[in-house]
Design a protein around this ligand. Structure first.
Ligand code: ADP
Ligand code: ZN
Ligand code: MG
Length: 482
């Protein structure tokens, strides 16, 4: 039997506000342990919370960017559970009246546009941090544990998708797209290593084509894209095997160990009623007035999807190119800035997606730290389009520009890289090459047209890639026929 995976993600985002959610302590990552805390975020008796206005603005920005509906009223709840990193014994969160509902975010997967529903977006606070002393860093086998309250009460937004993702790769693409969107919105640094962006993945499998959902398990804290994709793949494999042997999947939280690639059950999943949710009596309801929502809407930047649509309409770019070019604000700004120097969007798009992103990935450089400016790239593209340098040599020059930050013109002048378009000069080289390869020349004359490529290659070798390909082919045909 064929099985279809069903995946829903719960994503936690730490907001980059200056202060915490319900007190004035600094919300920045790190710091000397237990130096950024106060009676509120350490839960001293009688301390009272006050909601952070900036955090609510960021929450609204995220909700609107995810095309959600924002009801005029939402409330905070207490989610009760005991854990050492939760000094109050409850987390202030939202429950049946979240800030925003019913959104969607589209991704491109396998050349198809897939819309993933967003069930809810709500506000809550982060916990403190347990640090387990021992080799694994996990509680099992730890010698002792310490608690750092610096993180306690950091503003945390939870985004919950509908179960509408159907492969580990699509889950990864979705998370990446969401991360890019959040960075666009300037609401979080989304640093996954520091835990600013965390993802729990819920997954079940069902017979392909079935309309009902199977029993799900939850993979907690998939804190890298690789982790998420591989963890889901392994868990899907495990569930399929259980069902194929006539067993049943048990609803539970499972742990994925990246090193061994193994999935192990952790604990049975708790249910909402276990948390004894009740309305937070120390906070007033959160009423998003229409004027507040209007103000946030007016201050929104052009979002990646809108920008991608504009690129498709104005520049006639394929959907995939538009999606890649708008994946970060820096990259799309770079794209548009380059067009001011070289106004061929197809060529600029291809260079950014091929050469520039290729270089950044391979060298682990951020675009902000790249030495080639839009003006610099524009200058190089002009030299290629005017025929001063060949496309192949242009790519070499680009690599040198990345390393040294030099201008294309200076590199070409210093290294004598101008393209050879002079037919007489190329003819002389062609004669030499033909004389040196009589067998191939014979094959060409006998009708094997493909051999021309061999000769072009030889001439490129001789000229260090500087020969103009069109002129070279013409001259070669001439000489070979003669
Ligand atoms: P719970 O009450 O267990 O937290 P929710 O209904 O709140 O479950 O859903 C939590 C997440 O799990 C959501 O992202 C949702 O899309 C996803 N989810 C729910 N049911 C399933 C299922 N059967 N298979 C896969 N994912 C699911
Ligand atoms: Zn505090
Ligand atoms: Mg839930």
């Amino acid at each position: 039997m064929e099985f279809e995976p069903v995946i829903g993600l719960e994503i936690h985002v730490e907001l980059s506000t200056e202060s915490k959610m319900f007190c004035g302590c600094r919300a920045e990552f790190g710091g000397e342990p237990n130096t950024r805390c106060c009676p509120v975020c350490m839960a001293h008796p009688g301390a009272l919370p006050v909601a952070n206005k900036k955090a609510i603005e960021y929450l609204a920005r995220i909700s609107l960017a995810l095309n959600c509906n924002i009801p005029g009223r939402s409330i905070f709840h207490r989610k009760n559970y005991f854990y050492p990193d939760l000094p109050k014994g409850y987390q202030i969160s939202q429950y049946d009246q979240p800030f925003a509902v019913n959104g969607q975010l589209g991704i491109i997967f396998d050349d198809e546009h897939i819309s993933v529903g967003i069930e809810r977006v709500h506000m809550e606070e982060d916990t403190a941090k347990n640090i387990h002393a021992g080799k694994s860093g996990r509680i099992a086998g730890a010698l002792y544990s310490l608690i750092d309250f610096n993180r306690s009460g950091t503003p945390l937004v939870e985004i919950v998708t509908r179960p509408e993702i159907h492969s580990p790769q699509a889950a990864r693409i979705f998370l990446n797209k969401l991360k890019n969107l959040l960075k666009y919105l300037d609401v979080s640094d989304c640093n996954m290593e520091e835990g600013s962006l965390r993802c729990d993945a819920n997954v079940s499998v069902r017979p392909a084509g079935s309309g009902t959902l199977g029993v799900k398990t939850e993979l907690k804290n998939m804190n890298s894209f690789k982790h998420l994709e591989k963890g889901l793949a392994k868990e899907i494999e495990r569930q399929v095997a259980v069902l194929e042997f006539g067993g049943q999947v048990v609803q539970q939280t499972v742990h994925f160990d990246f090193a061994s690639g193994e999935v192990t059950p952790m604990r049975s999943k708790e249910f909402a009623h276990d948390y004894r949710y009740f309305p937070e009596p120390d906070l007033v309801p959160l009423a998003a007035s229409s004027s507040f929502v209007q103000k946030i809407t007016a201050d929104m930047p052009e979002l990646p999807d809108e920008r991608a649509k504009r690129y498709m309409a104005d520049f006639n770019l394929p959907a995939y190119n538009a999606e890649v070019l708008t994946s970060s604000r820096e990259l799309s700004d770079y794209f548009e800035a380059t067009l001011a120097y070289f106004n061929d969007s197809r060529i600029v798009s291809n260079w950014l997606m091929g050469e520039l992103l290729g270089y950044l990935n391979a060298s682990g450089t951020e675009l902000a730290g790249c030495l080639v400016t839009p003006a610099g790239l524009g200058g190089l593209l002009k030299m290629i389009s005017s025929g001063e340098v060949s496309n192949a040599v242009g790519k070499e020059i680009f690599m040198e520009m990345c390393k040294t930050g030099g201008a294309a013109e200076n590199i070409v002048a210093a290294r004598g890289l101008t393209q050879i378009s002079d037919a007489a000069e190329l003819a002389a080289i062609a004669e030499r090459v033909i004389a040196a390869n009589p067998a191939q020349a014979e094959q060409f004359r006998a009708g094997k047209d493909k051999v021309l490529g061999f000769f072009v290659g030889q001439i490129m070798k001789e000229t260090g890639g500087r020969a103009n390909p069109q002129v070279t082919s013409r001259v070669l045909r001439d000489k070979l026929a003669g």
